[in-house]
Design a protein around this ligand. Structure first.
Ligand code: ZN
Length: 329
């Protein structure tokens, strides 16, 4: 099969900080004069990607080791424009990704307030538009992320920016980051309500690791369109029924779950997917960040089929669900 006749694929859950090829980040870092810990490209590639056998102890581990560098390098208008453009074109060339939603947190791209958020967001949107001009077969949009490490006021600023740019390529809002004692999802429900009123798609990272309670709250009170990961719902049949009833679609990321020790084995992964299917919970297959996890959508689909987790027909169904659940209108 040539690349041209390869089947159409979709991805709804990719972090910009985990999606840009290391060689591109390497060049951007040099162009900006960023002092890197090594002068050797291969050390750099190893530092920001998870090669064979490399695993994180938990999600905190992942955050500190990998995102620090990629976010720092992407923290300028020029860098973010090039980054966004490269990911959309790259996905299309690598595995016929004709639908891509890419997410990032602008406040992790402004060097602690030194850079202007509007410039960062607009530059990301220019990168998006350039990519769409180069690859007119692709539909793409940006999800803006809030974070559990930020206080309510900071996340409110991010939400307001997402709303401001909703007609220029921002398609949704998300919250991410490892669990934090000070973070209250309850308090943030109001922000999600504002996002909904403004017509943005709503997703939230929850039910990945951590408490099932938060996932329950998100499903019942925030009522998002989709949930990032959400796989912990398999522990609660009633919750799965609510997810189905509300038409919430899960954004699952198999390799990421295995690499971050959220799912311990392929056997556990199989049980999760089987349970979701049995309870008719709709889900999509995603990378979470193809370059960091050294994967892509085709490889994720192959992993599931090769290990008898999903059939090729079920994989196609997931692709259909992704096309149905996209925030891109
Ligand atoms: Zn994610």
């Amino acid at each position: 099969m040539t690349k041209k006749t390869e089947k159409a694929r979709a991805e709804l859950h990719t972090h910009l900080g985990a999606a840009v090829h290391p060689s591109i980040l390497w060049s951007i870092a040099h162009r900006q004069g960023i002092k890197l810990p090594s002068k050797n490209y291969w050390d750099f590639e190893e530092m920001i990607t998870m090669g064979e056998g490399r695993k994180n102890k938990n999600l905190n581990d992942m955050h500190y080791h990998f995102y620090h560098w990629t976010e720092l390098i992407q923290s300028s208008p020029e860098a973010i424009e090039e980054s966004v453009k490269s990911v959309i074109g790259g996905g299309y060339r690598a595995c016929n990704l004709v639908l891509q939603e890419l997410r990032f947190n602008p406040m992790f791209r402004n060097r602690g307030g030194e850079r202007d958020l509007d410039h960062i967001i607009m530059s990301a949107l220019w990168g998006l538009q350039h990519a769409l001009l180069e690859y007119p077969q692709v539909k793409a949009g940006i999800i803006v992320m809030m974070d559990r490490m930020f206080n309510y006021g900071m996340n409110e600023i991010i939400l307001k920016k997402a709303i401001k740019y909703r007609h220029q390529g921002i398609v949704g809002i998300d919250v991410a980051g490892p669990e934090r004692k000070n973070f209250s999802m309850k308090k943030h429900a109001l922000l999600f309500e504002q996002a909904r009123a403004a017509g943005l798609g709503i997703t939230a990272h929850t039910g990945e690791a951590g408490s099932l309670e938060e996932l329950r709250f998100v499903v019942r009170e925030i009522r998002p369109h989709r949930v990032g990961h959400g796989i912990k719902c398999v522990e609660d049949a009633k919750l799965m029924a609510e997810i189905v009833e509300q038409g919430i679609v899960l954004e699952t990321c198999p390799t990421s779950n295995l690499k971050n020790n959220v799912v311990k084995s392929l056997k556990e992964l199989k049980n999760i997917y089987r349970t979701l299917l049995r309870h008719k919970v709709k889900f999509t297959i995603n990378t979470d960040g193809p370059e960091m996890y050294r994967t892509n959508i085709r490889k994720e689909q192959e992993l599931l089929v090769k290990n008898g987790i999903l059939s090729p027909k079920q994989v196609d169904e997931c692709t259909r669900w992704a096309f149905e659940a996209t925030f891109i209108k």
